[in-house]
Design a protein around this ligand. Structure first.
Ligand SMILES: [Zn+2]
Length: 309
């Protein structure tokens, strides 16, 4: 689940083939995961917005087995991603940039990546950290393990890890995938050592580009994307779990020319561009990309100084 999704999807059918109307099930008493309010209303079909804190989520009811299926073999190729593995070199350019940001706050120790995919970020981070990862996709986790990484294959909430055992926890383009995100962030906050950092990227629904795009915003595609954040809601939920934002940036990233052609081809319904995007050589050509609708945030867990009596 690394690097923001390159592939745009048909508005009626998500990459897994699940029709939104089939998956949708309006909860009887939807509760905001950020502030706990029950005051919410429909923003767009299938999406709810909290009336108190403005957090937006997809009102879906998918069983855990279906979640595993969503992140199965089609996820990283011809699904949410055009071809993740072909883009390794480009992804690593972005990951090295994130690593430089992280090293401003922690320059060694233990690092956990939640959603570590094929281990490309772990590849670049292991020069400075003792790295490990968690990945739901079995093929991706197996590939990372085969290259020497310690990766837990499974869901983040199911993996047992000791509290305060990581200097850094990283989630790159992962928070939008979390259903019940308060449970995930609560666990992340527990895993981070005092003085440690939680570094992540996600999409910003409060950005001008998201607001102008409305329901057609490129990021809105449940059921894989289910939580839609803004800097305001992120800051609020992080504070709730004692994590303080120390950096929030809208960084330029590299995308492959293939993913860019696909994005434009799908949006403008130009079949030729969609066909060209399948040409693998274009997956290796980087293209600078920044629509201002993605944020990179570092949040630090404070050190508690106990006064000796
Ligand atoms: Zn709320």
């Amino acid at each position: 689940m690394n690097a923001e999704c390159a592939a745009e999807v048909d508005e009626q059918v998500d990459p897994s083939g699940v029709r939104l109307s089939e998956a949708s099930s309006l909860s009887k008493t939807p509760v905001c995961a950020v502030c706990g309010s029950k005051d919410s209303g429909e923003l767009y079909q299938g999406l709810r917005r909290c009336g108190i804190c403005t957090f937006v989520w997809a009102d879906l009811n998918i069983d855990p087995l279906k979640m595993v299926e969503l992140y199965g073999d089609n996820y990283f190729a011809d699904g949410e991603y055009l071809n993740y593995r072909c883009e390794e070199a480009i992804l690593k350019l972005n990951f090295e940039k994130s690593l430089r940001r992280i090293r401003q706050y922690a320059n060694g120790g233990t690092l956990l990546e939640v959603g570590s995919a094929y281990g490309y970020f772990l590849d670049v981070a292991r020069t400075y950290f003792a790295v490990s990862g968690i990945e739901l996709n079995k093929s991706a986790a197996t590939c990372a393990i085969s290259r020497g990484h310690k990766v837990y294959q499974g869901g983040f909430l199911d993996v047992n890890l000791p509290d305060e055992s990581f200097d850094v926890v990283v989630c790159l383009a992962t928070l939008e995938h979390f259903p019940e995100p308060d449970r995930y962030i609560e666990k992340i906050a527990r895993l981070v050592k005092p003085g440690g950092v939680f570094y992540f990227s996600t999409c910003d629904m409060g950005s001008w580009f998201a607001r102008v795009s409305g329901r057609k915003w490129r990021v809105i595609h449940p059921p894989t994307h289910v939580s839609y954040w803004s800097v305001k809601t992120l800051t609020r939920i992080l504070a709730r779990f004692n994590l303080g934002v120390v950096e929030c940036k809208r960084l330029w990233e590299y995308r492959s020319l293939a993913s860019l052609l696909h994005l434009v081809g799908v949006r403008l319904r130009i079949t030729l561009l969609q066909r060209l995007s399948k040409w693998h050589v274009l997956s290796r050509i980087p293209f600078p990309f920044n629509l201002g609708d993605a944020v990179f945030i570092a949040a630090v867990k404070p050190v508690v100084h106990r006064v000796a009596r």
